[in-house]
Write a protein that binds this ligand. Structure first.
Ligand SMILES: C[S@@+](CC[C@H](N)C(=O)[O-])C[C@H]1O[C@@H](n2cnc3c(N)ncnc32)[C@H](O)[C@@H]1O
Length: 282
């Protein structure tokens, strides 16, 4: 949801040194490390947060975050971008179906990790695709994010109905075989997704910056997350994904991110250049 800010209410802009101090304080107090996030976007979002909370100076911001845990969780919500949608970039799902499902079909049981799943639209889209290809019963889907608020929404699987016209079009463009409406009920302007879709799904908190590998996967999907990270942090996360993939497992980044500049690039083959789908081969 986009919240508008009245430009007249603008109070102050954080300086580079204040930003560095704030990130250090947050790291020490909450063990959340934002120092590897892209500078400009992070600064813009911190300023926006201070405006939304009507803070007048850096001191208020610093002390508020240090002493008020619930304010800190609002901060996490604001500085991490949570925008998502069902069947986002439909061509991605087509490519997954054509190029990865044949591999998954060879396993009686397989594991998928959606890293940075936001409010769940992405793993639910995957579950629908798997179901339509008779693969859902063989799947275990782990959907993780660092933000507890979006994870709660993901577990509930309740979304505003107004988005579903666009999602239905995405679903058709992604090669959906039925109608998206087969997978939800609508009530009072909200949509509740079929609970059968989450039967083999686990939602849990995982911070890509500090948490370790927690399983071995046949497919890892991480889209629209690494664009907010600077290169060294991206490299760290690629290592985590490499360590978490089984041999010949797939890494699906989506069109906006690339593995091309990573030192691990040679350990993968490019399966789909446009959709940035890679396979671990060494
Ligand atoms: C723009 S959303 C992408 C959602 C979905 N993957 C998609 O493409 O539609 C980015 C998500 O990454 C999450 N995120 C940001 N930093 C993270 C981190 N360090 N660890 C795990 N998730 C993170 C955010 O909370 C947010 O939900």
């Amino acid at each position: 949801m986009v919240t508008s800010i009245n430009p007249l209410s603008k109070t102050f802009d954080i300086s580079d040194s204040e930003k560095a101090e704030l990130l250090q304080i947050i790291h020490n107090r909450y063990e959340f490390d934002f120092t590897g996030y892209s500078e400009a976007s992070l600064k813009r979002r911190i300023n926006r947060f201070a405006d939304l909370k009507n803070m007048n100076n850096f001191f208020e911001l610093k002390n508020g975050l240090l002493n008020n845990e619930s304010l800190f969780f609002d901060f996490v919500q604001e500085v991490t971008v949570n925008v998502t949608e069902m069947f986002r970039d439909p061509s991605f799902y087509k490519a997954v179906k054509e190029k990865i499902f044949p591999y998954l079909e060879t396993h009686p049981y397989f594991k998928i990790w959606h890293a940075g799943c936001s409010s769940g639209e992405e793993p639910y889209s995957m579950a629908i695709m798997l179901k339509e290809n008779n693969l859902l019963d063989n799947a275990r889907i782990y959907a993780t994010d660092l933000n507890q608020n979006v994870l709660s929404q993901a577990r509930e699987a309740i979304y505003p109905a107004r988005y579903f016209q666009e999602y239905s079009q995405n679903y058709i463009n992604a090669g959906g075989k039925n109608s998206l409406a087969d997978y939800y009920v609508t009530n009072s302007g909200m949509v509740k997704l079929d609970q059968q879709l989450s039967r083999n799904m686990v939602f849990s908190s995982h911070n890509l910056v500090v948490d370790r590998s927690f399983n071995e996967f046949h497919l890892i999907v991480c889209r629209n997350v690494l664009i907010y990270f600077k290169q060294p942090l991206q490299e760290k996360v690629f290592q985590l994904f490499y360590d978490s993939l089984c041999m010949f497992g797939y890494l699906a980044l989506g069109s906006k991110e690339t593995l091309q500049f990573s030192k691990l690039f040679d350990r993968f083959e490019v399966v789909d250049k446009k959709e940035k789908i890679y396979r671990k081969i060494a």
